[in-house]
Design a protein around this ligand. Structure first.
Ligand code: BEZ
Length: 210
């Protein structure tokens, strides 16, 4: 069965552009993003990998480590990394797993046979410091991902892990949040003084800052 939210993200050891990589050791106490792309030397993937490299500082700020993956061989990853830099101006600055035996792709269900028997789809797994899957996304080969959206979801995941709040549609850092329905009005008054009741089930409060 496909990995679901709350499942433990399987550990693995695999060859990568930064040498042998053990996923859990690499993550340490950090959050993680494991994402697959269909194939090296392809146009959308080239733009995606450059974009993630450009955003590395944003992932770092969020204490989040990034790992890319495809079933291509390490030699191809290494040759392709020069193209990524030529095209996007960003040098690969995170490990790219060479999953030639599809061990990781199978563990994470990254090959969707109705899309392709041989290539990984554009999967994203956001993993918490407890190694549990917090978020999954699946995009087809022809649609490049919006990595700012992935940063936005990490902001929401980290905030909602810490406070009894949820984030509304299109929420961005600094905007009002929603008090979860598990919190009584009495508790809400203590935790979020001055909160606003829009509907009895929809109570808003400024984003907690601590
Ligand atoms: C791409 O990255 O452009 C791509 C990769 C695999 C299949 C189709 C497109």
């Amino acid at each position: 069965m496909a990995l679901q939210l709350g499942d433990v993200a399987p550990d693995f050891t695999a060859e990568s552009t930064e040498g042998e990589l053990n996923f859990y050791d690499f993550l340490g106490d950090s959050w993680g993003v494991l994402f697959s792309h269909p194939a090296d030397f392809t146009p959308v993937c080239t733009t995606e990998l450059g974009r993630v490299a450009a955003l590395k500082g944003e992932f770092d700020k969020r204490n989040t480590k990034v790992v890319g993956l495809s079933v291509d061989a390490i030699g191809n990853h290494e040759k392709w990394s020069q193209d990524i830099e030529d095209v996007t101006g960003s040098k690969l600055n995170f490990p790219l797993v060479a999953d030639t035996d599809r061990k990781v792709a199978d563990l994470y269900g990254m090959i969707h046979p109705n899309a392709s028997d041989t290539m990984t789809v554009r999967s994203v797994f956001v993993v918490g410091p407890d190694h549990k899957v917090k978020l999954t996304l699946t995009y087809p080969a022809a649609t490049g991902r919006d990595f700012n959206e992935i940063l936005r979801t990490i902001d929401s995941l980290q905030l909602t892990a810490k406070h009894k709040v949820a984030t509304p549609a299109d929420w961005r850092q600094g905007e009002d949040v929603i008090i979860t329905t598990a919190v009584s009005d009495e508790q809400a008054a203590e935790l979020f003084p001055g909160y606003e009741t829009v509907k009895p089930y929809l109570r808003k409060t400024p984003q907690p800052t601590s």
